[in-house]
Design a protein around this ligand. Structure first.
Ligand code: FMN
Length: 357
């Protein structure tokens, strides 16, 4: 961590976490967050979803929900980033406070409940960025409105609105803070949702369609993992391109030290690593290479990213660790990952995918 980052992170920690995140994004936007090494080792380049990633390390959904600082986020050196979640109509989300730092545990709890500026504002920002020449790989995390009567149509609208500007679209059915959302992971509900979503995706009239992904929770048992995997594979021919494993957890590991661990919401950061990686491994075993997976949950180092990759992730995302380690974490993880690949005699990161299975 740079000295500049140490001072900045210390100052931000004195503030309310949601305010601190807003200031951090604005600082990034204004170019005041320092400059970072965005170079890449050739061993990290990989092709997934028919797209060339300069490295497999991405920023997860929730970091920049409203597409406020896209070029500046990409300048930190990730191989890709995911903006959102974005709901169709603007909505306020849950009452504050709704974001908590569990510093002793290097973790975060959030219960935002999809606060969003809505499709129109966020899509026009993304369109502007694209027009201005922002070329990095960008995904959009699709959310629903709290009062919607037709969640599948909310996602379909997201596919239509963002289809021309995004490299991938993530159908997020795994945030724990919107009542009933996680029920969409059930077999019948998911089959119907995937049918509707893949039809909207197939109807897109764009030069290159975005990859369509589904993001799942870490709180799934083996039979749910098998059912979701089999359904996902059955929709592959209709355009489903992969899974994102996983979102935050509603579980509270017994070893948490922070008194804030009793707060309601989704837990992310270091304590999520074990469970999300174990669920990732189960999905990878069942999918058996038929669909790629983005592994996310508790990544704090290059070693963690490597473990996700060896457990079956073709790409890796992170968010919470940035709160504690600052933006230079991205280049550190890339360096550590490249060193680990070299140590193990692996020439390309794609050769490490699923090695531990
Ligand atoms: C404050 C916050 C907001 C988030 N918002 C979203 C969201 O809108 N959509 C989504 O799919 N995941 C969201 N996530 C989950 C992250 O994308 C990621 O799956 C999770 O935090 C685990 O990764 P991490 O341990 O590296 O943070 C959010 C996470 C945090 C901490």
């Amino acid at each position: 961590m740079t000295m500049f980052e140490q001072i900045g992170l210390h100052a931000l920690r004195l503030l309310d976490p949601e305010k601190a995140h807003g200031i951090a994004l604005k600082t990034l936007k204004l170019g005041m967050a320092g400059s970072y090494d965005a170079s890449d080792h050739s061993c990290l380049a990989t092709n997934v979803f028919d797209r060339n990633f300069k490295n497999p390390i991405g920023i997860a959904a929730g970091f920049d929900k409203h597409c406020e600082a896209l070029p500046e986020t990409l300048a930190l050196g990730p191989g890709f980033t995911e903006i959102g979640g974005v709901a169709p109509k603007p909505q306020a989300g849950n009452p504050k406070p709704r974001l908590f730092r569990l510093t002793e545990d290097q973790a975060v709890i959030n219960r935002f409940g999809f606060n969003s500026l809505g499709h129109e504002v966020v899509a026009s920002r993304l369109e502007e960025d694209r027009k201005a020449g922002v070329r990095g790989i960008v995904g959009v995390n699709l959310a629903i409105n709290k009062t919607t009567e037709d969640p599948a149509e909310d996602y379909a609208e997201g596919i239509r609105v963002f289809g021309a500007f995004a490299d991938f679209l993530t159908i997020n059915i795994s945030s724990p803070n919107t009542a009933g959302l996680r029920d969409l992971q059930g077999e019948a509900a998911l089959a119907s949702l995937l049918d509707h979503s893949t039809k909207a995706h197939a109807a897109l009239d764009v030069p290159k369609k975005p990859a369509l992904l589904v993001k799942v929770a870490p709180d799934l048992d083996d039979s749910e993992i098998s059912a979701i995997s089999d359904l996902a594979v059955s929709f592959q021919a209709n355009g489903l391109a992969g899974l994102v494993v996983s979102n935050t957890t509603i579980a509270r590991p017994p070893h948490l030290k922070s008194p804030l661990s009793a707060e309601t919401g989704g837990l992310s950061g270091a304590p999520l690593f074990e469970s999300s990686t174990s669920v990732l491994r189960s999905f990878a075993r069942r999918l058996d290479g038929r669909l790629p997976i983005i592994g996310v949950g508790g990544v704090t180092s290059g070693e963690h990213a490597y473990l996700k990759i060896k457990a079956g992730a073709s790409l890796v995302q992170l968010y919470s660790a940035l709160v504690y380690q600052g933006p230079s974490l991205i280049s550190r993880i890339k360096q550590e990952l490249a060193d680990l690949l070299q140590r193990d005699g692996i020439a390309h990161v794609s050769d490490a995918v699923g090695r531990d299975l």
